[in-house]
Design a protein around this ligand. Structure first.
Ligand code: JQB
Length: 253
């Protein structure tokens, strides 16, 4: 799988590309990541400008359409086949595990990272990229979001992870997913905090039951929205909070 990243700050990716799973996947030729500095397509004046003030006024600067479109066209002209353009933006469709699965099935992804207040609208009108957001908060640019996308996608590329992970990822993307149960490793006791007895007993059926129950409880309490019918979410959360209050402060009833 090949990623092409268009950015004004290619060095932001340096550490991410040279550590851990991703650097191994690159060494093994399972993943290719190419960065393209948008500034290379700026006018050849001393300051190489790529941004300007918004028409109609308002704060900040926008990335201009001309260098962006020229950059994308130059990158795509150097490669065969489909490119799958994606722009990171707070206005985009929320990134989730099914979208990561979808991206992992493409040969190539072109990630457009903005800065300042984002791109001139004509970048979207002309290039028609898929507009994607990693969540409801405001970042300073698309680079961190692009790393999130790459991180979620490469672990779905065959061979990048050990095969044992694939089942977990599959069930997570199929929609009927639960939060993970708590896990423990050595030591068996630290500062009076012990490992639940059931995990030390060797009764594998009992362990499976305990883990399933923990997953169900956690999901109900923390992420009721994962279980369906978001209409009941507020009411359910209120009831859960009430029950917790009763459990933790029984005298307050
Ligand atoms: C500039 C970005 C995100 C890319 C994702 C997410 O876009 C803006 N609009 C108004 C003010 C500031 C910005 C900053 N900005 C390019 C750019 C933010 C992505 C971004 C994002 N994907 N939050 N923010 N989930």
């Amino acid at each position: 799988m090949r990623f092409d990243i268009i950015t004004l700050f290619p060095a932001i990716f340096d550490g991410y590309l040279t550590q851990g799973l991703l650097s191994k996947a690159i060494q093994r030729d399972l993943v290719e990541i190419h960065r393209h500095n948008l500034r290379d397509w700026a006018p050849p004046t001393p300051h190489r400008p790529v941004d300007d003030k918004p028409f109609g006024g308002g704060p900040g600067m926008l990335i201009q359409v001309e260098p962006t479109v020229r950059c994308v066209e130059a990158v795509e002209a150097s490669l065969p086949g489909e490119s799958n353009r994606v722009v990171l933006t707070p206005q985009g469709k929320r990134f989730d595990q099914p979208m990561a699965e979808d991206f992992a099935n493409r040969d190539r992804l072109l990630l457009l990272c903005g800065r300042y207040e984002g791109f001139d609208q004509r970048v979207m009108d002309i290039l028609q990229p898929q507009e994607v957001s990693i969540g409801d908060f405001v970042l300073n640019g698309g680079e961190v979001a692009a790393m999130v996308i790459i991180d979620a996608v490469i672990r779905l590329v065959p061979g990048v992870l050990g095969d044992e992970q694939s089942n977990i990822d599959d069930s997570f993307s199929r929609g009927n997913r639960l939060l993970e149960f708590p896990q423990y490793t050595r030591p068996r006791e630290f500062r009076g905090h012990t490992v639940p007895d059931v995990l030390l007993g060797g009764d594998h059926a009992a362990i499976a039951r305990w883990r399933a129950e923990q997953s169900r409880r956690r999901t109900l309490q923390r992420r009721r929205d994962l279980l369906g019918d978001p209409q009941n979410l507020e009411i359910d959360n209120l009831e859960i909070d009430l029950n917790q209050t009763k459990r933790n402060h029984p005298k307050s009833e």
